[in-house]
Structures are given as C-alpha cells and as structure tokens.
Design a protein around this ligand. Sequence first.
Ligand SMILES: O=C(O)CCC(=O)C(=O)O
Length: 405
Amino acid sequence: MLNDHGRRNAGAGPVAQVNRLTMASATDFERQYEAARVRSDWAEARRCLERGAGADDPFCCAQLGVWLLLGHMTDRDDGAGFRLVRIAARAGAPEARRLLATLYARGRGVEANWAKAVDWLVRGARAGDADAMRQLAFLLPEGLATEQQALLAAAAQAGDVAAQRKLSRMTQTGPVPERIDWARIRRAARRPVLADGADETVCEAPLVRLRHGFLSEDLCDYLICAAGPFLTRASVNDPEAGADRIDASRTNMFANFWLLEGDVVTDCVDRMLARLVGVTPETGEPLSVLRYRPGEQFAPHFDFFDPASPVHAGQIAQGGQRIITCLVYLNAGYEAGETAFLDAGFKIRGEPGAAVFWRNADEDGAPDRATRHAGLPPASGEKWLLSKWFRDRPQTDVRTPGPAY
Ligand SMILES: O=C(O)CCC(=O)C(=O)O
C-alpha cells in the first residue's frame, strides 16, 4: 500500500521569485550570484550572497535570509534569516516585506507579533504591493467595508485574482474612497479565528468529526486562488523504495504552503486548523490544497506511517507519527468526488467551508487501520480541498531542496 507523504516536493517558486523580482535592477553582487547559480556552483553562490549581505545589498540579504530560514545550502538559522530579511524589507524589497510580515505572524526567527505583522503589510500596501493589499483586505472585519473595498479595488486593478473575486462577491459596494485611512486599517486588522461551534460525529469507529462553517466562503476562495501558481502533480511515497513518485493511484494536483508559499492569512488558517483539532500549530505539516478534475482521484490509502515498514519507521523516528488528518471542502459545483472511508463503509462530502477530521493513530502512534480512505473522482466540475496533517511532535519546516534552487 502506498502512503502519501510526498508533499515535500512542491516547487521552489518563491525563491526563484526573489531572484526574478529583484533582477530588474541587478547589482554586481546579484549578477555574480546569478552567474554562479546558473552554473550550479552553490559554494560560490553562497559566497556571493555573503559578500552582498555584508554590504547590506537587499537582494543578497533576502536570498541568504531565505536560505537560512529553509536550511538550504547552510544550517538552518531562523534568527539570522529573520534579521537578513528585515534588512531587505527595510530597504523596500516587496517580497522581503511580505515575508517579514509572515515571520512576525508565525513567530519564526522572532517572537510572534501581530501588530508588526500588520504594520509590514501596511507598509507594503502603501508602497503599492497588491499582494499586501489583498492580505490586509482579508484581515479586516465586516465593519470596515469601505477600506476593504479600496484595498481590493487597488489589488484587483493590479491583477490580483482573489481580490477581483472577493470584490465581485461584495454585495454593498459604494464609491471607492479617495484616501485610505491606513491608521484605521492598522488598528482594525485582526486574525480570523475559530468561531464557536459544535462538532458532529460522522462515524464512531474510526472517530470522524465534522465542523460546519469552519472556514468562510472568502477564506475558501482565498486558498484556492493562493494555490493556483504552485499547483503540481501530487505524488505518493513508496514505503519500500522510500522515494516519492508520480503514481496512477494519485492523479490530482496539489500545492503545499511552506514558509514561502504561505502568508499572514494562510498562517491564520493554520492556527484555526490546529485549534479545531486541539493541537499546537507547530505540529502541523504544511497546509496543502488539492485540486481534482473529473476522473482524477486519490486511491484508497492511509495517512499514518506504517511502523512495520522500515522506511516509515525512519520517518516516524525523524519527524513523528502523522496522527491527525483534517480536510476542509473549499468549493461547490462538482458532482460526486466524496471522501470515502472504505472499511468503515461511508462517504462524506462537506459544503464549502466544512471541516472533517480524524485520528490516524493512537497516543502511542499505533495506526488505526479503519481510517483507510480515498478521494473519489468528481464526475464533473472541479473539486478543491484543503488537507492538513498533524504529527505527534513539532515540525522543522525544512523543505528538501529541489533542483530549481
Ligand atoms: O480528496 C479527498 O477527499 C481525500 C484527500 C485525502 O485522502 C488526504 O488528503 O489524505
């Protein structure tokens, strides 16, 4: 039986993005780094970054900061990574500003500080960064519809799809204000949090729980839009060979939200998920968004690591057992496509925003084989789903470097 834990292989887009966005005004440091990177001369690339960072070159600070945060080509050092990203953010690099906001929201390399996270988004938005505008708009409470509309309109005009879609869902829109009250936005932006509510029991053995209305329609759509650029064919991990591979048993696409793919809003979703299932966010693997087109499926599988497989036993020893799965249905407009529990004999498909969660293993890490489940293929339309796995210990969030680095 194949087990999917191949989520670590998502592309290295945002690191490349740091390259792409800042190359427009490339400094000598940057050009030297780029030349070494193209030759895959990583030792020289690193020396270029270090020389540039020593001279406060924003590109080099951002890139080396990212390497330190990811443990790429160097030992992971969150504090040093944070400080370098902050230098680049202060110098006005848009992606460094956004990353700094995420680091403050997550408490990565620095004590979590919501006010500073918002402040860095505001700085970005004021400088015209559509991404920061969109994030802020989704963090504003209902009462600030005018400011929200102004942020969304500006982001939408810059081509931001999530902003365009949210704007089109807003029922009462007035004229867009000429002046944005940034102080008001800074004060009002808040984390979306888990609303009070009761869980329903869908099945007793295995114990599968359902929470209606876990995510708002807005947040569901936010995740769908955010996943778009990172979608890649989902893989499975072979417990005998130990390697991830493309396989006919899993034909859908997925996107993982590692540090660089995520943002302040997705970090809020991560915290809500942890709260829902009663664990700390640090035990979560990266949030993952799955997309199934008609006929695409995730064949019957377990989410736990099987201690009987030497490869999986190694995974357990390294990062802990995968004890909880949480799925959130993100859209409507497709037929079939349920999540099926084969041995327990039921299928479920929640309305958009509904969360389903269960334990894959007991307190001692012993697998619950009654949790065998599948993502059935939609007969028509597209199915979008959030999938989140929690381990029995905090995760390092160190991504295996892909060749694109
Ligand atoms: O697509 C589904 O309904 C199930 C997804 C799944 O099995 C998983 O993420 O582990």
